[in-house]
Design a protein around this ligand. Structure first.
Ligand code: PMP
Length: 387
């Protein structure tokens, strides 16, 4: 079976795994970084701070701006709920989009119930949020704009630099969900003037269960209310014993990206072109990934007159996803494609192929021929297909 679901999760890089192994057993570094009175604790703390430096370096941040969480879901929750709770005495408005990850959308729904006013921007047919539209929807009491950098279903990139200019001018906080952009696009939080940035270890060949929330320290300082209370870890923003092995893992994953991202990107691009060129001549096939403005590791394609679920069944040799992997328990067509105005039939027949560091040309060749065969077979069986 060929794994083409790297946007859902990635395997851990062997170099990351080797590094992490030292942080479990009695013969290694297993201490609690909060134990300040002995060597075991100091060693753990040292490892964590080294990792924080590597993570900060990748996004051009200060290590003191990096907060460890359990994943991007938690980072997104903390950013939105933390800010709302701190400032909620005032009338507050948040601006976001219809194509955010569920962890942002569901946090927004929750906050609406708490009294927060929220506007959800609709993207254009290419999946891009119009910056002028965003500007028009800013209200006098808008406190935060939260925008996904790269959409997890389509791979489409949003214009964060333009959005950030508007936010800066209007003195509005900008939160960016960078879970799918880290490692695929260079991110400089200083140049981009980003206030808060979320991402996760398991999409960048690091371990699952570890995420980052970058919180800008420059003035005006962002104030937030913690969502998990306890021992006051992570500058009182996120309590709980730090998972040293996961932190060392995400740190190593970031260090690898620092030197190898360019190589990764060239690899993704080559394979993406190979895959698209191999299948684009199939009749009634629609690309939902606007290639001019997307990351090179994702291709979202609709095959008209074929059900996405049946196609996945017919392509059992490929690990791919239909609609959004994160909401695949529901048979609703993808809300992301819907927001872009893709018709229901086409949204139902959409497949996301996501490529990774370990995908080979050979695997792409097999993928191409499997798709060609499966589409032909399914269409022959379809009563709607008469060509
Ligand atoms: N945001 C985006 C854009 C994602 O793709 C994901 C993972 N599907 C998340 C947030 C949630 O990340 P995690 O799995 O680390 O909670």
């Amino acid at each position: 079976i060929i794994y083409l679901d790297y946007a859902a999760t990635t395997p851990v890089d062997i170099r990351v795994f080797k590094k992490m192994k030292k942080y479990f057993l009695s013969t290694g570094i297993f201490g609690n970084s909060a134990s300040r009175s002995h060597q075991f604790g100091w060693d753990a703390e040292k490892a964590i701070e080294k990792s924080r430096i590597n993570i900060a370096k990748l996004i051009h941040a200060d290590p003191r701006e990096i907060i460890f969480t359990s994943g991007a879901t938690e980072s997104n929750n903390l950013a939105l709920k933390g800010i709302y709770e701190f400032y909620k005495k005032k009338n507050i408005h948040f601006l976001t989009s219809l194509i955010e990850h569920k962890s942002v959308l569901d946090s927004c729904r929750y906050l609406e119930n708490q009294g927060c006013q929220i506007t959800y921007l609709k993207p254009n047919k290419y999946g891009i949020i119009d910056v002028l539209e965003l500007k028009k929807n800013i209200l006098p009491h808008t406190l935060l704009v939260s925008i996904i950098h790269v959409n997890n279903e389509t791979g489409i990139i949003q214009n964060i630099s333009e959005i950030s200019k508007i936010c800066q001018k209007k003195k509005i906080f900008l939160h960016v969900d960078a879970t799918q952009s880290i490692g695929k696009i260079k991110i400089n939080v200083q140049k981009l003037n980003i206030d808060l940035l979320s991402f996760s270890g398991h999409k960048i060949y690091g371990p699952k269960g570890i995420g980052i929330l970058y919180i800008r320290r420059r003035r005006p300082r962002i104030r937030m209310t913690p969502q998990i209370h306890g021992g006051g870890h992570e500058r009182n923003l996120r309590s709980g014993t730090l998972p040293v092995q996961q932190i060392v893992g995400i740190g190593k994953a970031c260090q690898i990206l620092h030197t190898e991202m360019k190589k990764d990107i060239l690899h993704y691009k080559k394979l993406q072109i190979l895959l698209w060129n191999g299948i684009k001549n199939i009749e009634e096939i629609y690309l939902n990934t606007y290639l001019k403005n997307s990351v090179p590791n994702i291709l979202n394609i609709s095959f008209n007159y074929v059900e996405g679920e049946s196609l996945i069944m017919a392509l059992k040799n490929l690990a791919i996803s239909s609609g959004s992997a994160c909401t695949s328990s529901s048979l609703e067509p993808s809300y992301v494609l819907r927001a872009m105005g893709v018709k229901d039939e086409l949204a139902h027949s959409s497949i996301r192929f996501s490529l990774g560091r370990y995908t080979t040309e050979k695997e792409i060749q097999i993928t191409i021929s499997s798709i060609q065969k499966a589409i032909q077979k399914l269409r022959e069986l379809s009563p709607l297909w008469e060509m």
